[in-house]
Structure formats: C-alpha cells, structure tokens
Design a binder for this molecule. Structure first.
Ligand code: H2U
Length: 374
C-alpha cells in the first residue's frame, strides 16, 4: 500500500518499509498494447540475463553455388510437376506445384451447428523467384534488382486483386522460418476469404479512423518521428521501426510515409526508395549476428473486396512486417512456447533496445562483402 504520493524528483516510492525504485522500462516487466491486433504483449527485459543452454540453431551461411541443376527453382531446371523453368534472367513467377489453395474445389456442406462451423476456401498460390542466382539474397542484390522484385509484386497484386479479397505476398527466409528451398524467392497466396489476422487489423484500423478521423498508422508514423526512440531506417518515403508493441525480438514494421493504401499505389520514386529501404534493413539484419538473417515477412494493405471503394481503403496505410526469430545470436532463437503459447506474447528486450541495436548496425556494407566471417 502506498503511503506517500509518488514523488518524481526522488524517483522513490515508500511502501510499508520497502523501498521500490521508479519504473525503468529496460529493467522492469510491463505490458504493451498492440492497437493493430488488440492484444497485449508482456515485456520482460531482465530475462536477457538468464543463461541459455537450450537449442542452438545452425547459423544460416550463404555458401550456395550460383546454380544447382537439382534445385527446381533455378533457371532451366525441371520442377516437381515435370514442367521446365525458362532460363529466366530477372524475376520468375510460377503457379505453386503443391498449392495450399486451389481455384476449383467442391464446396463443403453448410452447417448451422455453432460448434462445427465450416466455410468454403478457394484461392491461388504462386512462387516468385527474386533472382536467377541461388546465392543471392535481398541484402546482396542491387537496388535495381530489388526494384524488379517490387515491380513484379505490383504486377502480381494487380492481376490477383480483381479476383480475390486478399492477396498475401510473403517471404519465408531461412530454414528456421520454414523456407523449404534456399533459392531467393517469396510466395503469393490469394484467397476468396478475408484471413483472420488482416481481418482483425482491418476492424481495429476502421474503429480508430471512426474515432480519430485519421488512419492509425499515419498517426503512428508521425508520433514515432517525434519520439525518435524506435527508428531503424528513415527516408522521405518510408519509415522502419521496431514497433512499440513488437513481440518478436527484432520485429520491424516498414511503413509508407505517403499514405499509400496498397502496394499498387506506389510511384516510381517510392519504388526506388523502397528498394533502398529493403536493402538497408536486410543488410542491418544480416550484420546484427553476421549471418543470413532468417525472418518471415509480408505486405499488408487495404483488402480488395467490393472493388476499391473509399470505404474499404480510407483507414489503411500500406506496410510490411518482418518477424525474425533470432534473439541472442545467430544460433539462439526466441521460442514462442509455454506462456507465449498458452497466455500471451512475451519479449525479452524492449523495442527501444532492439531498435538501437539495429540502428547502430551498418546498413550499407554487408559483412559478407567486406570479408568478415561467422
Ligand atoms: P517456401 O520455401 O516458402 O516453402 O516456398 C517454396 C515453394 O515452392 C513451396 O511452397 C514450391 C513449394 O510448394 N515448389 C514448387 O511449386 N515446385 C517445386 O518443384 C519445388 C517447390
């Protein structure tokens, strides 16, 4: 029980004979609210002090050959379905030979039982190779090559948006994030249904807009620019921050500063600056633990149902989210198990500490290109 009112100058609160220091975010556990998901995350920075004798990952090294005649994603190689890839020289998109979603499938029978709900799901899955060479990754590709990737993302989005309510472009990088093939690539899944996470985000963004009259993430960008505590990369068109509410240790959000609603809105200059932003962020990521930094990333923008009405887009701001699993080093990852799985997300260092470490990393020279080794 507090006997005396909190005195800021002393930074000390006296409670029944106990002296309790004032709140220090890098020392004391607390919870932070994610307004996009409506979930709280537990922040426990003091947990970084604990010893680790658990699982060690194999550091992701980039010692692949440029071309592997047995890799079905390489130019000129025959894929799992017997089709031969063209000898592509830039990006290359093909329908996933093992798609999770198909366009033509029998619909399930309707059910009015609230405990056994079922719904139809249709869609298309595509694979997009970023580069003809297997030993390339985004941080070591040229800005022009990354621009080609972005332009192809836009082409794909433009085609699929006319048919599906949600087009999810995502990259799983590294075996520890479920990537099944080391050739640089991403996937594009488009669905007849609005998936859960973007649906929740859409609803929270809409509610914020109704109360404040502005898109939530436009306001968030303004506030992060003022606070300057979580910025990782900044240029006239894009801001990368470790979000205040980040759950994964080095999670980042790459947000449009131009009120873009979807990836198909981007101008030529915004694409050029996006390529530079992706290169800088992923170079910093690789330099952090001197490894090919694993992550799962993806783009979120306004959904594409009911065509492109103001009603469906006004509350949105285009952004990408990067979820990297590594915590302490190239070999020690964060596990979202136990409390995280059963109760709520928990992180071990503050968003500001993670942002500072990434900000201090070189974003221009890649460790592998200047000769340093793991
Ligand atoms: P991931 O690395 O994120 O798993 O993506 C690779 C995709 O490539 C995967 O979904 C597809 C897999 O189904 N693939 C083909 O479509 N054809 C092949 O011959 C090999 C892999």
């Amino acid at each position: 029980m507090q006997l005396f009112p909190y005195k800021k100058s002393l930074c000390i609160v006296i409670t029944f004979g106990k002296r309790m220091t004032a709140f220090i975010p890098t020392e004391h556990q607390h919870q932070r609210y994610n307004p996009l998901t409506g979930e709280w995350v537990l922040v426990c920075p003091h947990r970084m002090k604990r010893p680790w004798s658990g699982q060690q990952e194999l550091p992701q090294k980039n010692n692949l050959p440029e071309f592997d005649p047995t890799n079905p994603l390489c130019p000129g190689v025959t894929r799992g379905n017997g089709e031969k890839n063209p000898v592509y020289t830039s990006t290359f998109v093909f329908p996933n030979d093992f798609p999770a979603l198909l366009e033509e499938v029998p619909e399930p029978p309707e059910s009015d039982d609230p405990l056994f709900k079922i719904a139809p799901a249709r869609g298309q899955c595509r694979v997009m190779c970023f580069h003809p060479k297997s030993n390339k990754t985004l941080p070591i590709m040229t800005p022009k090559e990354i621009q080609n990737v972005i332009t192809e993302w836009i082409n794909q989005f433009n085609e699929l948006k006319t048919k599906y309510v949600w087009v999810q472009i995502f990259e799983n990088k590294g075996a520890s994030m479920g990537c099944s093939n080391p050739h640089p690539h991403c996937q594009i899944w488009s669905s007849s249904f609005f998936p859960r996470n973007p649906q929740i985000k859409d609803s929270n963004l809409r509610q914020y807009y109704e109360v404040h009259g502005r898109p939530m993430l436009d306001d968030y960008v303004e506030k992060e620019l003022q606070k300057k505590e979580r910025i990782v990369v900044l240029n006239p068109d894009w801001l990368v921050v470790v979000p205040y509410w980040a759950t994964w240790p080095f999670e980042t959000m790459l947000i449009s500063r131009n009120k873009n609603k979807r990836i198909d809105d981007l101008t030529k200059t915004q694409i050029e600056n996006l390529a530079l932003t992706i290169k800088e962020l992923t170079t910093k990521y690789d330099n952090l633990f001197q490894c090919s930094f694993p992550y799962s990333m993806g783009w979120h923008g306004a959904p594409t149902f009911d065509k492109y009405t103001e009603e469906n887009t006004k509350h949105w701001t285009l952004h990408a989210i990067y979820y990297p699993p590594l915590l302490r080093s190239a070999t020690v990852r964060k596990f979202m198990v136990g409390f995280e799985l059963l109760c709520q997300g928990q992180r071990d260092l503050t968003a500001e500490q993670a942002a500072q470490r990434l900000r201090e990393m070189d974003g221009t020279y890649h460790y592998d290109e200047i000769g340093s080794k793991i």
